[in-house]
Design a protein around this ligand. Structure first.
Ligand code: HEM
Length: 421
């Protein structure tokens, strides 16, 4: 065992406890875990194809092949439809009525045929050709944001840059005024906090309030677009719902909110984690930032190396066997995207940034029918923002050692204080 491997094993043993039955206890809120989950993932992967993660109380998969296979396997799904002879699902608590009504309409939580119908309606807006035309606007925005802080000695890149780019770009695309950006962030943060490990009633109340206010706001905007359509995604969705009868008004509201939330919650951390990893690994000069193809490969490797979203779940839709274990219909399984991306069976020296491999086949955007609809947009935002940042701020370096936030599901920094020459 090399010295690096030995220290990784020690790191993992400090945060993961493996019981005699090979089940795992690992608190996702332990800073030693969420600041660097990769040694723990190595240990989890070594246990076999799957393991019971006691803190979540479901079975998880950490190896590349099975994570990738489950995401593509239609015997697993985001939505579990009960048959009449199965016990009914418990009804959502009254204080979360709006939130669950939102989720029930969400593309991310549906399976075909509804998923196919909803996804077709927005796919066109997100195809690469359409998205690539946004390049000049994203570049101008990156410069504008840097202009605002370049005279300071130091900046927290997250609020000043990494958060602003995705929220403004997605707001522009949908047709929500830019001055709403901070409000959108507040609503969105309150809603996605629902996916945190062990949420409390305060989080639930805030999510319910945010869903109600956000839905009412989008409802008003829909009425405006109906009166006076514009060249934006919201007008497109409204006209589809008016003419094709394919999209109910509540579905327009939900789809718009989903796109606004998903459109920035992960990309902010893709940007933050990438800048941090580049600086920490001393890898800035390993990329020719003036070469578009090299930049695209570097961004993809960065998104493999430190993905912003680490765990997604699926319902088992029929009794089946996978990874040497039998699963029953209705069970939940977790797929660990961040672990799959560091699997040595897929990537040689997985814990090394290797821009030549270009993150090939990484699972950070998922796979199968739920593959991230915004991937072309997120990739473009990274490919435009990173070169502008590095060009404008020569000698960029960490001003303080950043910490990851206590939000395992969204693997991202709580702040990123930088300074430059
Ligand atoms: C680096 C940034 C991003 C990452 C890492 C990311 C990751 C993901 C992942 C892993 C999924 C699949 C979830 C699953 O299989 O259960 C997903 C789905 C989705 N993403 Fe992203 N995403 C990013 C940016 C975006 C952006 C910019 C948008 C919007 C424009 C977006 C919109 C969506 C939507 C709507 C879905 C649901 C797709 C479906 O269920 O068919 N994402 N994303």
């Amino acid at each position: 065992m090399t010295a690096i491997q030995a220290s990784r094993t020690e790191d993992a043993a400090a945060v993961v406890h493996v019981d005699a039955d090979q089940s795992v206890s690992c608190d996702p809120r332990n800073p030693a875990f969420f600041n660097n989950p990769y040694p723990a993932y190595d240990l989890m992967r070594d246990l076999g194809p799957c393991f019971l993660w006691r803190d979540y109380d479901h079975w998880c998969f950490a190896g590349y092949d099975l994570v990738n296979a489950i995401l593509r396997d239609r015997r697993f799904g985001r939505e579990f439809r009960r048959t009449p002879d199965e016990p009914a699902a418990p009804s959502p608590p009254e204080h979360l009525r709006e939130f669950y009504a939102f989720e029930a309409q969400s593309l991310l939580e549906r399976e075909p045929p509804e998923h196919t119908r909803l996804r077709r309606l927005i796919n066109r807006a997100f195809v690469s050709r359409q998205i690539l035309s946004l390049r000049p606007r994203i570049e101008a925005l990156a410069h504008e944001l840097i202009d605002r802080f370049i005279d300071q000695a130091q900046v927290d890149l997250l609020p000043a840059f990494a958060e602003k780019i995705p929220v403004i770009v997605i707001a522009d695309l949908i047709g929500v005024p830019r001055q709403m950006a901070d409000q959108l962030l507040a609503w969105s943060h309150a809603m996605v906090a629902m996916y945190e490990f062990k949420r409390d009633q305060a989080i639930e109340n805030a999510a319910e309030r945010a869903t109600t206010e956000f839905s009412a706001y989008i409802g008003d905007l829909i009425a405006e677009r109906r009166r006076a359509p514009r060249d934006d995604l919201l007008s497109h969705l409204v006209s589809v719902s008016d003419h094709g009868e394919e999209l109910a008004d509540e579905e327009v509201v939900t789809t718009t909110i989903l796109l606004l939330n998903a459109g920035h919650e992960a990309t902010v951390h893709a940007l933050g984690n990438s800048v941090f990893c580049l600086l920490r690994e001393g890898a800035v000069d390993a990329v020719d930032w003036s070469n578009e193809a090299a930049v695209a490969r570097a961004c993809e490797e960065l998104i493999r190396f430190d993905a912003p979203l680490h765990m997604f779940t699926r319902f088992v839709l029929e009794d089946l066997e996978i990874g040497g274990r039998a699963f029953r219909r209705g069970e939940t399984v977790g797929v660990l995207l961040g672990a799959a991306n560091r699997d040595g069976a897929k990537y040689a020296e997985p814990h090394r940034l290797d821009f030549a491999r270009g993150g090939e086949g990484n699972t950070s955007f998922g796979a199968g029918i739920h593959f991230c609809v915004g991937a072309p947009l997120a990739r473009l935002e990274m490919a435009v923002a990173l070169p502008v940042l590095l060009e404008r701020l020569p000698g960029l370096r960490l001003a303080t050692e950043p910490q990851y936030a206590d939000r395992y599901h969204f693997h991202g920094l709580s702040g990123l204080q930088l300074t430059w020459d």
